[in-house]
Ligand binder design. Structure first.
Ligand code: MN
Length: 413
C-alpha cells in the first residue's frame, strides 16, 4: 500500500471482506481500538492499520472501531475528524468497519492488533489467542503475553506511539494522516498543558513533528461549533490555522454533552472488566467517564434520578460495581470556575454489605484518588443500594489511574 490516500480508497472493499466473510481468500488482520472508542482509539486504529499495510503484502489490514456505528453520534469530535480524514483521502465513513457491521467474535482465523488497550474487553476475551500485536499506553494487564509486538508505554496518547513508528520507519505522513494522529495527542494532553500532567517529552516531540506535516490554513478562526451539539459540523470547522485552534475546536465538541440523557452519558465513554476478588469470585466492573461536572449533572437531574440511572445501567450491563467518573469546570464557593473530578460508586445487591464497605474503605484510602465525601446539599435516597458520591482531590487521575486502584482494592477484598 503506497499512500495513505490509496489505503483509504481501498478501505471500503477491504471492510466488505469482513462483512461478507465468504468472499475472500487472503489473510485478514484487524486493528482494534478500545471499547470506549474515543478519538485516540479511532485514530490509532486507522493510522496503525495503514502503517502495517505498508509492510504487508500477504494480509489485508483493516481498522475496526470498537462501538456500534450509531454510537458515533455520541462522539461529535470523533465523527468530525474521522469523516474529514476519510473524505480528504477519497473515502467515506461507510468504508469504515464498526463492531456491529460483522460478527467479530465468530472469527477464529484473523490476526488481531490491539491499540489503545492491552487486553481484550471483558466481552471480547475470545480474541485473546488471536492477538499478535499490542500498542498501548494503559496500565499493563499482563494479558496476551505471546503477542509478537507488545509495546506498552506510559505516554499521553496512544497516537504518539503510532506516530513514532511512522517517523522511525521513514514512512511519509500526508496532511490528513498527520492531523488525524495529532488531534488525539492534543486532546489527551490538554494541548500539552503542564497543569494536566499528561504530556511526556515523546508526546511533545510528536506534536511538533506532526504539526509540521499538516497544511494549516491561514483563514481567521471562526466559531462554528456553537450550533446544536447533536449536529455534525461541516468538515470546514477543522480547517484551522494551527494545533491550538485544532485543539480548541475538538475540545469544545467533545465537551458538548449537556444535551445527552443520563443513559447516553453513562454509555458514551464506558469500559467494562471482570476482576476476581480474594475468594476468587468474579466481579463485573464498569467505569463510565463523563466530561460533565457532577454539580451540573445533579442540578439537571437530581440525586434520585442519577441513582436510578446508574442502577438501571448496572442492571443492563450485569454489573457488580459501577463507577461513574465525572469531570469539568464548575463554580466553587468563591464563584471562580475550577476544574474538578468526582466519583459516583454503586454496588449491586449481590455484593454483601461487608464487601461493599471493604471496597469503599479501600477506595477512600487511596492516595491516587484522594476521595472526600461529596458535599451533599439534598439527601440521597438512603436506600441500601444508594450510590456513594465523592469529590476526587487528585484531579490528574483519570480512568487510566483509577482502574488499577479499583482492581487492586477488589483483588484484596
Ligand atoms: Mn488512549
Amino acid at each position: 500500500m503506497s499512500t495513505f490516500s490509496a489505503f483509504v480508497r481501498a478501505l471500503g472493499a477491504n471492510t466488505a471482506k469482513l462483512r461478507n466473510r465468504v468472499s475472500f481468500s487472503d489473510r485478514l488482520t484487524i486493528v482494534l481500538g478500545n471499547e470506549s472508542a474515543d478519538l485516540d482509539s479511532m485514530a490509532s486504529s486507522i493510522s496503525l492499520a495503514y502503517l502495517l499495510s505498508h509492510g504487508s503484502s500477504n494480509s489485508t489490514i483493516i481498522p475496526v472501531i470498537n462501538v456500534s456505528k450509531q454510537d458515533l453520534a455520541l462522539r461529535p469530535d470523533c465523527a468530525l475528524l474521522v469523516c474529514q480524514t476519510l473524505e480528504a483521502s477519497g473515502g467515506a465513513i461507510d468504508d469504515l468497519a464498526f463492531i456491529d457491521d460483522f460478527d467479530m467474535l465468530a472469527y477464529t482465523d484473523v490476526d488481531v492488533w490491539l491499540v489503545d488497550h492491552n487486553s481484550p474487553g471483558s466481552r471480547q476475551t475470545v480474541l485473546e489467542p488471536l492477538v499478535c500485536g499490542i500498542i498501548d499506553h494503559h496500565f499493563d494487564e499482563g494479558k496476551c503475553t505471546d503477542a509478537k509486538v507488545r509495546q506498552i508505554e506510559v505516554v499521553g496518547s496512544c497516537c504518539t506511539l503510532v506516530a513514532q513508528r511512522f517517523r522511525d520507519q521513514g514512512i511519509p505522513v500526508d496532511s490528513a494522516l498527520a492531523k488525524l494522529m495529532l488531534a488525539p495527542i492534543l486532546i489527551d494532553t490538554s494541548n500539552l498543558s503542564l497543569l494536566a500532567q499528561r504530556a511526556t517529552d515523546k508526546d511533545a516531540a510528536c506534536v511538533a513533528w506532526l504539526a509540521s506535516q499538516v497544511s494549516w490554513t491561514s483563514k481567521p478562526a471562526t466559531d462554528d461549533c456553537d450550533g446544536d451539539a447533536g449536529d455534525l459540523l461541516p468538515a470546514a470547522a477543522l480547517d484551522v490555522s494551527g494545533p491550538s485552534e485544532l485543539y480548541a475546536v475538538l475540545d469544545k465538541l467533545k465537551g458538548m454533552v449537556a444535551h445527552l440523557s443520563a443513559y447516553d452519558l453513562l454509555r458514551k465513554d464506558y469500559k467494562q472488566w471482570q476482576i476476581a476478588d480474594f475468594s476468587g469470585a468474579l466481579w463485573t466492573v464498569g467505569i463510565s467517564s463523563i466530561s460533565y461536572p457532577l454539580k451540573k449533572w445533579l442540578k439537571r437531574d437530581g440525586y434520585g434520578d442519577i441513582e436510578q440511572a446508574v442502577g438501571d445501567w448496572m442492571e443492563l450491563q450485569g454489573l457488580d460495581l459501577a463507577i461513574v467518573m465525572t469531570r469539568g469546570k464548575a463554580k466553587a464557593e468563591c464563584r471562580v470556575k475550577t476544574f474538578g473530578r468526582q466519583l459516583v460508586v454503586a454496588f449491586s445487591a449481590r455484593i454483601s454489605p461487608a464487601k461493599q464497605q471493604q471496597v469503599l474503605d479501600g477506595l477512600r484510602a487511596s492516595d491516587i484518588l484522594g476521595l472526600k465525601d461529596y458535599a451533599v446539599d439534598s439527601a440521597s435516597s438512603g436506600s441500601p443500594q444508594a450510590a456513594h458520591f465523592f469529590t476526587q482531590s487528585q484531579t490528574s487521575s483519570s480512568r487510566k489511574q483509577v482502574f488499577p486502584v479499583v482492581k487492586s482494592v477488589i483483588e484484596g477484598s
